[in-house]
Design a protein around this ligand. Structure first.
Ligand code: FES
Ligand code: MG
Length: 576
C-alpha cells in the first residue's frame, strides 16, 4: 500500500496547487464547513446513491449513506454524497431500460468531473447495478459496489409470496375467476413488505450477485437482506475499505478481467439467473474491453448445473432463504473447482481466499451438484433464421413439453394490439400456437421493455393452460417464467427476420440443438424482405433520439456505441 506521502491523490489536482482555481475549490470546501484537515491529502470518496422517494427498493439508502460515511471517516477519508439517477423498475415508463445508459453516462461524468479519489456505488433495483458499474468502469477510479439487498419474503394468508412471480401467478388465477377481489387485494398488500429489491432471483438479485461474483462488492454482500443489521455493518465496511483501495490504487480494471467475467457467468448460470443478465454482463464486460458473447454464455450454461432453488427457476425458496442457507459465498464454494479462484476482489483478497470457510447450511436451498434444480444452467442461446444474431430462453422456467415444438405463429405487431386480442375469448388459438410479439426490442419498444412473458390467451387460461411457446424481441422480467424466447436479434424494428414472419407460418423450436426457425423458404422470405418498409423512428428529439441513434443490439449488450470504453481516444483527466 502506498503511504499518504508517496501517493498523489486525484483530488489533490483540485485542492493542492497554489493558484486561483484551487483557491476557489478550497474556499468552497470551507463554505461547506470543511477545513484543510478534512480534505487535505485525504481520499475523497463519492457515495453515488440511486435513492429517490419513488424507488421503493432503495428506501433504506439515506440511512446506509450515513453508515458508509462512518466507515470512510474512520479510515481517514472524506465522504461526500453524490446523488445519481434513481432508475426504478416499478414506475419508470415506458421502460427502465431506456435509462440504464443515462445512469451509466451520469456515473462516468460525475466521477470524472469532481475531485473524487474513489466511489461507493449504491444500487440494486435492476438497471442500477449495470448502469453504475458501466459508468464507474469507464471512469476508472477505485470503486466498491454496495448492493441494496433483497426485501423480506412476501406473505399473504400463510402463503409465501415472491416478487413478480406470484403477481403473475395470482393474476392468471384472477383472470380464470379462481380468486376473489379481496384475496387479490391481500396479495397486493403482502407481496412487498420491506425496503429492498425484489426477493426472487429476478434481475436485481441476479445482478447484485453477478457484481459480487465479479469481485466488485465486499465478498458475500449481495446476499444480505436489505433490512438485516448486517447490511448496515456491511455499508460501514464499504466505507472503510474504499479508503484503503484508494491508497492501494485498486482500480476496477484490476478486478474486472476475463477470469472474473467468466466466474460471474458461471455463477449466474448456477443461480438460475434472470435472462437480463446476458445483456448487462456483456455490456459491463465490454466497458472493461473484454469480449463476451452469447455463445460463450451458452457454452457455460451447458456445463453448469442450476443449484439455487430460488424462484422462479427453483420452486420453493426466496433470497432471504438463500442468505440463511449460506448465501452466494456458499454457492460459489459448491462450484469452486469450476471458478478461477485467483481472481482479485475489491476486498484485496483473491476469490479463493474469500471462500475459505464458506458453508451451505441448507442443502435444499443451495443444492449439491449431485442434486441440481436443473441439469444445465439458467439460460440457453438459440440461433436460426428467426434470430441470426441470437435469442435467449430460460429452459428451467418452462414446461419441458415446449423444448421441442412446432406450431403456427400468431403474430402481433404491437403490445396494445396483443393486449386487446389476448382477452378475447373467441380468439382462434390452441395450446400449440406460438404467440409472437414484435417491435418490442431496443429501438422498437422503445427501450427494450419487459413484455416477453406474453400473457396466455384467456380462452386457454380458462381451459387450464398456463404455458405456451412465446417469441419476441423484448426482454422479460427476471421474475417471469414460461416458454418465452426473448431478445431476438436483430430486432424486427430494424428489419430483423422476425419482421417477416406472418400469422400461420410454422415456427420450430429445437432446444437441444439450440435452433429457432420459421419454416418459410428462402425465396418467399426474399419477397417479404423486398416488400418490408422501415417504420418511423420512435423519437425525433431529446434523449430518445440519442438512444435510437446509438443503441447497439441485444447481443452486444445495448450499450451506446460511443460509450464503449475503447471507442475513440481515451477521455483522460480534466486538465484545467
Ligand atoms: Fe426494484 Fe424489482 S422493482 S428490484
Ligand atoms: Mg425486474
Amino acid at each position: 500500500m502506498a503511504s499518504k506521502s508517496e501517493k498523489k491523490l486525484r483530488s489533490a489536482r483540485w485542492f493542492a496547487p497554489d493558484d486561483l482555481r484551487s483557491f476557489g475549490h478550497r474556499s468552497r470546501m470551507m463554505q461547506l464547513g470543511f477545513s484543510e484537515a478534512d480534505f487535505g491529502n485525504k481520499p475523497v470518496i463519492g457515495i453515488l446513491s440511486t435513492w429517490s422517494d419513488l424507488n421503493s427498493c432503495h428506501s433504506h439508502f439515506p440511512d446506509r449513506v450515513e453508515h458508509v460515511k462512518r466507515g470512510v471517516f474512520q479510515a481517514g477519508g472524506l465522504a461526500v454524497e453524490m446523488p445519481a439517477l434513481s432508475v426504478d423498475e416499478s414506475f419508470t415508463k415506458p421502460t427502465s431500460m431506456l435509462y440504464r445508459n443515462l445512469l451509466a453516462i451520469e456515473t462516468e461524468e460525475v466521477i470524472r468531473s469532481h475531485p473524487l479519489d474513489g466511489v461507493v456505488l449504491m444500487g440494486g433495483c435492476d438497471k442500477t447495478t449495470p448502469g453504475l458499474v458501466m459508468g464507474a468502469v469507464s471512469a476508472g477510479v477505485p470503486m466498491i459496489y454496495l448492493p441494496a439487498g433483497a426485501m423480506l419474503r412476501g406473505n399473504y394468508a400463510g402463503q409465501i409470496l415472491g416478487s413478480g412471480s406470484d403477481a403473475w401467478k395470482y393474476w392468471d388465477e384472477r383472470r380464470a375467476g379462481n380468486i376473489t377481489n379481496e384475496q387479490w387485494q391481500g396479495v397486493e398488500g403482502g407481496i412487498a413488505r420491506s425496503a429492498g429489491t425484489c426477493m426472487t432471483m429476478g434481475t436485481a438479485s441476479t445482478m447484485m450477485s453477478i457484481a459480487d461474483a465479479l469481485g466488485l462488492t465486499l465478498p458475500g454482500a449481495s446476499s444480505i437482506p436489505a433490512v438485516d443489521s448486517g447490511h448496515q455493518r456491511m455499508s460501514a465496511d464499504c466505507g472503510r475499505r474504499i479508503v484503503d483501495m484508494v491508497w492501494e490504487d485498486l482500480t476496477p480494471n484490476k478486478v474486472l478481467t476475463d477470469a472474473s467475467v467468466r466466474n460471474a457467468a458461471i455463477v449466474a448460470m448456477a443461480l438460475g439467473c434472470s435472462t437480463n443478465a446476458v445483456v448487462h454482463l456483456i455490456a459491463m464486460a465490454r466497458r472493461a474491453g473484454l469480449a463476451l458473447t452469447l455463445d460463450d454464455l451458452d457454452a457455460l450454461g451447458r456445463v453448469t448445473p442450476l443449484i439455487a432453488n430460488v424462484r422462479p427457476s427453483g420452486k420453493d425458496y426466496l433470497m432471504e432463504d438463500f442468505y440463511y442457507a449460506g448465501g452466494l459465498l456458499a454457492l460459489m464454494k459448491q462450484i469452486e473447482d469450476r471458478l478461477d479462484t485467483s481472481a482479485l476482489t475489491v476486498s484485496g483478497k483473491s476469490l479463493g481466499e474469500t471462500l475459505v470457510g464458506a458453508k451451505v447450511f441448507n442443502d435444499d436451498v443451495i443444492r449439491p451438484l449431485s442434486n441440481p434444480v436443473y441439469h444445465e444452467g439458467s439460460l440457453a442461446v438459440l440461433h436460426g433464421n428467426l434470430c441470426p444474431d441470437g435469442a435467449v430462453i430460460k429452459p428451467a422456467a418452462c414446461d419441458p413439453r415446449y423444448y421441442k415444438h412446432e406450431g403456427p405463429a400468431l403474430v402481433f405487431d404491437s403490445y396494445p394490439e396483443m393486449k386487446k386480442a389476448i382477452d378475447d375469448e373467441n380468439l382462434q388459438v390452441t395450446p400449440d400456437h406460438v404467440l409472437v410479439l414484435r417491435n418490442a426490442g431496443p429501438q422498437g419498444g422503445p427501450g427494450f421493455p419487459e413484455w416477453g412473458m406474453l400473457p396466455i390467451p384467456k380462452a386457454l387460461i380458462k381451459q387450464g393452460h398456463r404455458d405456451m411457446l412465446r417469441i419476441s424481441d423484448a426482454r422479460m422480467s427476471g421474475t417471469s417464467y414460461g416458454a418465452c424466447v426473448l431478445h431476438v436479434s436483430p430486432e424486427s424494428y430494424v428489419g430483423g427476420p422476425l419482421a417477416l414472419l406472418k400469422t400461420g407460418d410454422i415456427v420450430r423450436l429445437d432446444l437441444e440443438n439450440r435452433h429457432l426457425d420459421m419454416l418459410v423458404d428462402e425465396a418467399e422470405l426474399a419477397r417479404r424482405r423486398a416488400a418490408w418498409t422501415p417504420p418511423q423512428p420512435r423519437f425525433e428529439r431529446g434523449w430518445g433520439w440519442m438512444y435510437i441513434n446509438h443503441i447497439t443490439q441485444a447481443d452486444k449488450g445495448c450499450d451506446f456505441d460511443f460509450l464503449q470504453t475503447d471507442f475513440g481516444r481515451p477521455v483522460g483527466e480534466p486538465d484545467i
